[in-house]
Design a protein around this ligand. Structure first.
Ligand code: SDX
Length: 433
């Protein structure tokens, strides 16, 4: 039974001597919103909320997060349970279909991922045209957009093809990411294999070579599954909102996701995992004095911010960070890999969490603070950390794009503004200016 989010509650707004009633929406977890869709019609006013910190853009069934309590769940399942008990493919199915798959459904979905794992040979030649140091996120975004040219069928009625489109995207993005890494080294690509799982296939495509076979380490595969699950979705973050915004103009899934990849690239968003590693490396290389970085982060005149710290929604410890931090110790222990940057990160966290500046602003480590430690231990280059974030976030982007296309109340996203530019001026021909 779909949740009836209108409870009859009303909010009153008193403006220009008039009292206006606006309906209240209540979510299944008790979140409340004022439905202001009639605000301009009733009052002539628009609401103003740059950065949208106080504005809900949609009603969604996919992910719930509580920033005060540090709670995150996908389709009602707590993230810690999913990370502990599922594979990334199971969680991708959950996000996109709304329920965990039966063994038969999982088998069918895995078979589709396997069948869609190759990319068109013409696309592989695209890599040869990029300069050697091309940013991996630039390559990923353009390659994903190019899928529109190779698979035009999804521009016809997309919802009929959505399962094939989603599986194709999930599988091919993994291949594109691994191929772009091989190409960046000047090495031949390693093709996907039918006998490997999603994550094992990615690692094999990344690290196998004709002269040194890659040995699949099941603990590394488990760690990668966990990391990708933890990045699976996060409600209306910048990149997911971008996918919805672009998709709202009836843009196909591939082009919408390509835009989401560009949004994720930013150092304030998914690019933070790379920024954290670069920050830790520069602290380490300059003798490990992290205190000066903490002081710089606190200085309002210094644009430097502590990468991997703070969050628009979490005003307590990011539940994903807690799981990743624990996984760091497990993976490094399994791989007998000691990383001074992990010790440095822990010390930095400890100092920051005791510092009034961070405490007063509820600044805690977020999902990006420790994830790079595991990627580094696995052998993934820092330049590909945000690509890994995109790989994990893909099922979430797909789920939100699909939810929007399915929504009968769907409209193109088109925010309003408040103009403060010059009043009307008479035109002056150029020779009289
Ligand atoms: C992700 O939205 C999501 O869900 C994103 C994400 C997802 O899964 O999709 O969780 C993934 O993007 C995580 C965040 C990764 N980014 C970083 O780690 C970059 C560093 N963090 C900051 O830039 C910042 O915390 C943001 C961008 C994450 C949040 O910015 P907000 O919500 O706009 O917060 P703000 O800039 O208004 O900061 C409030 C105060 C300010 O100080 P005052 O003006 O009150 O004095 O806190 C300060 C900020 O200067 N502050 C920081 C800080 N983050 C905020 N000061 C130092 N270091 C920081 N990291």
């Amino acid at each position: 039974m779909p949740h009836n989010y209108y409870t009859g509650e009303k909010a009153e707004l008193k403006i220009d001597g008039q009292v206006h009633e606006l309906p209240v929406i209540v979510g299944t977890e008790g979140e409340k919103a004022i439905d202001i869709r009639s605000l301009r019609g009733q009052t002539g006013y628009v609401a103003f909320d740059s950065g949208y910190a106080n504005t809900g853009s949609c009603i969604s069934n996919i992910t719930y997060l509580d920033g005060e309590r540090g709670v995150l769940s996908y389709r009602g399942y707590d993230i810690a349970e999913l990370a502990e008990n599922c594979s990334f493919v199971e969680v991708a199915y959950l996000l996109d279909h709304g329920s965990l798959p039966t063994r038969a459904e999982l088998g069918e979905f895995s078979q589709m991922l396997n069948d869609f794992a190759m990319i068109h040979e013409d696309m592989i030649r695209f890599f040869d045209s990029y300069p050697p140091k091309s940013p991996p996120m630039a390559i990923l975004s353009s390659m994903v957009n190019s899928l529109c040219s190779f698979y035009p069928e999804m521009t016809e009625n997309p919802l009929e093809n959505i399962d094939r489109m989603s599986a194709r995207l999930l599988s091919k993005v993994r291949t594109i990411a691994a191929f772009s890494y091989k190409k960046s080294l000047g090495y031949p690509v390693v093709y996907p294999r039918h006998d490997l799982s999603y994550c094992a296939n990615f690692l094999n495509m990344m690290f196998d070579s004709p002269v040194r076979p890659y040995e699949i380490n099941h603990k590394v595969v488990a760690a990668l599954n966990k990391l990708l699950i933890l990045h699976g979705d996060h409600e209306q973050n910048c990149s997911t909102s971008t996918v919805r915004m672009v998709g709202s103009a009836r843009v196909n899934l591939y082009a919408s996701v390509s835009a989401g990849i560009s949004a994720l690239w930013g150092p304030l968003h998914g690019g933070a995992n790379q920024a954290v590693m670069e920050m830790l490396q520069s602290i380490h290389e300059s003798g490990g004095d992290y205190r000066q970085y903490v002081e710089r982060a606190k200085d309002p005149k210094d644009p430097f911010r502590l990468a991997g710290f703070g969050h628009r929604v979490y005003k307590t410890y990011d539940p994903r960070c807690r799981i990743i931090k624990q996984a760091c110790d497990e993976v490094l222990d399994d791989l007998k890999f000691s990383d001074p940057l992990l010790d440095l990160a822990k010390e930095l966290e400890e100092v920051a969490l005791k510092d009034d500046y961070f405490v007063e602003r509820n600044l805690y480590p977020n999902v990006d603070f420790y994830s790079g430690i595991i990627y580094r231990a696995i052998g993934i280059p820092t330049s590909m950390f945000t690509v890994m974030f995109a790989l994990g976030r893909l099922p979430g982007w797909i789920a939100h794009w699909k939810e929007m296309w399915d929504d009968p109340a769907w409209r193109i996203s088109r925010p309003r503004q408040v103009y403060i530019g010059p009043l009307s001026r008479p035109f002056v021909p150029i020779d009289q200016r």
